[in-house]
Design a protein around this ligand. Structure first.
Ligand code: XMP
Length: 518
């Protein structure tokens, strides 16, 4: 059994990152709701507890607190931001709102050596994101570092094995944050750092066998990384004849996508593999529709209808079968299964179709990636032999190109977008930018523009290029693609795709924009 650090989630958008950083260090970390009970936490492999940040003020009535007995567990505790304020108040110190709210980058100065800050320079940059401050240390605590204007940035009570940071070590804006988490987990908690996704595979395979037994499992493979890895895990854990994979080609896929998906699923050794070409049905449903929400609704409903028809055609005992889907750890944390403290809004989760809801209610939903972050899913996918090209693919929304064609979705407009998108991604790969970017795609606008090509005036379509950097799609910054790459993409698209005479680049972040245009 691997050593484990438990993270109590008080609602910071960064909470999942704490777990992710620890796992990158080889330490197994699990996020719990902030009010998880001491009995639930008191596993034999528990080595430490981290209290996350959060939007509340620790001194307010009703501010979230750990459950009774949690802080008395005999392991070291690290409070981060809100967690520091909480520890301070509970241990008899004081916390006040700070007149000058100091968000963002700050410089701290260390006041002496301490195991928690081992390996750091005397002065370090860190990332702050809370208005409240510790104004009086609780008895037994000493200050380990403070900012230039006197804000206490790190504290420790060695005898009680309690430690806290005002800033966020888990974000990359705190350059040595990872070192601090390492110091806490390995030195202070004494964790062994021997966890890897291969261990996850062993555990989850056993869980799947226990859950599913000899029953069939249906997996709907969209072609995205998560559902493909889900199928691969099922194959590893079960007999091939138990795994029924269905891929629906909605006609809203990128160039050559369905072909690539089918090919990679075949190499994995899937024997029950079914491709349903439903493009005509999707296009028919979308005829004349321009409203984004109506499009999403129609696409979602059509998926359900097509899947149901295929299951009936295959004569699968849909009642008795299990259903697998590629839900990720972040989906679980964000949708509130872990405590519903997160103040961020995320609207896209694995959809609650009637089939999914029924299977969940029956305990017949299998979600083998639900303990993993996106990067870990990718790593596991490679381990399971899925081609790198597929693993590294950018996220792709369920409604596909349907929400990247603004206005009506027609066969001709799909062809235009597919061709432009293909050129864009091709050039990004050539420029070695593709894997550095979180998500990039082309969007077909619902307007025409005047141009001149050859001797004649044209009145053609406009393509916009989008590229964003993000952690999990909740917020995003546009990626500054070098001008020469943009110029090459624009030149190739206007030359190679008849009907497009203008290419623009989207420089908005999320918020205020969303990543997709619809
Ligand atoms: P937005 O546009 O909301 O997108 O900023 C955030 C991330 O979610 C993806 N996305 C979807 N994924 N079904 C999905 O499976 C959807 O309906 C959907 N809409 C957006 C989007 O591509 C981005 O990665």
């Amino acid at each position: 059994m691997h050593d484990m650090i438990a993270i109590l989630d008080f609602g910071s958008q960064y909470t999942p990152l704490i777990a992710r950083r620890l796992r990158e260090l080889g330490v197994y970390a699990v996020v719990h709701p902030h009010d998880v009970t001491a009995a639930q936490l008191a596993q034999p492999n528990l080595r430490g507890i981290i209290l996350s940040g959060g939007p509340a003020s620790a001194f307010e009535v009703g501010a979230p607190r750990p459950a009774a007995g949690v802080l008395a567990l005999d392991v070291p505790i690290l409070g981060i931001c809100y967690g520091m304020q909480l520890l301070t108040l509970l241990d008899g110190g004081d916390v006040q709102p700070h007149a000058q709210r100091e968000y963002g980058r700050a410089q701290i100065e260390l006041s002496g050596g301490h195991a928690l800050l081992e390996g750091l320079d005397e002065r370090e940059f860190v990332w702050m994101s809370h208005g409240d401050r510790v104004t009086a240390l609780a008895p037994g605590y000493v200050s380990l570092a403070s900012t230039q204007d006197g804000v206490i940035a790190a504290i420790a009570h060695d005898a009680a094995r309690r430690y806290a940071l005002q800033f966020h070590p888990e974000v990359t804006h705190t350059p040595h944050g990872r070192q601090i988490l390492r110091n806490f987990a390995l030195t202070i908690c004494g964790c062994r750092n021997d966890w890897s996704v291969a261990d996850y595979l062993t555990t989850v395979s056993q869980d799947i066998q226990d859950q599913v037994g000899d029953n069939p499992v249906i997996v709907l493979v969209s072609g995205g990384v998560d559902s493909t890895v889900t199928a691969a895990i099922l194959l590893k854990a079960l007999k091939p004849e138990q795994v029924i994979a269905i891929h629906v080609d909605s006609g809203l896929m990128r160039a050559e996508e369905s072909k690539a998906v089918m090919a990679s699923l075949e190499t994995l050794g899937l024997t029950h593999l079914h491709l349903v070409d439903a493009s005509a049905q999707f296009l028919e449903g979308l005829k004349g529709i321009t409203d984004p929400e109506s499009k999403r609704q129609i696409i979602g409903d059509t998926f359900i209808a097509v899947q149901d028809a295929e299951l009936a055609r295959l004569n699968v005992d849909a009642e008795g079968a299990f259903l697998a889907q590629g839900t990720l750890y972040t989906d679980i944390i964000e949708s509130g299964a872990s405590g519903k403290q997160t103040a961020t809004i995320k609207t896209h989760h694995n959809v609650g179709t009637p089939l999914v809801m029924a299977k969940r209610a029956q305990g017949r939903l299998v979600e083998p990636c639900s303990g993993l972050f996106k990067d870990e899913v990718r790593e596991l996918g490679l381990l399971l032999g899925i081609p790198r090209q597929l693993i590294e693919r950018h996220p792709f929304p369920g409604p596909g190109l349907g929400i990247r064609i603004l206005g009506e979705v027609t066969c001709d407009r799909l062809e235009l977008l597919r061709a432009a998108d293909h050129i864009y991604l091709d050039e990004l790969r050539h420029a070695k930018l593709y894997t550095a970017i979180w998500q990039a795609f082309a969007v077909l606008l619902p307007i025409n523009a005047v141009g001149v090509q050859g001797d004649g005036r044209t009145y053609g379509s406009v393509i916009t290029l989008r590229a964003v950097d993000s952690i999990d799609g909740m917020t995003a910054d546009f990626h500054p693609i070098p001008f020469e790459v943009l110029a090459r993409v624009a030149s190739r698209i206007t030359n190679e795709v008849p009907g497009i005479n203008r290419v623009v680049f989207d420089v908005t972040s999320k918020p205020p924009a969303t990543i997709e245009w619809e």
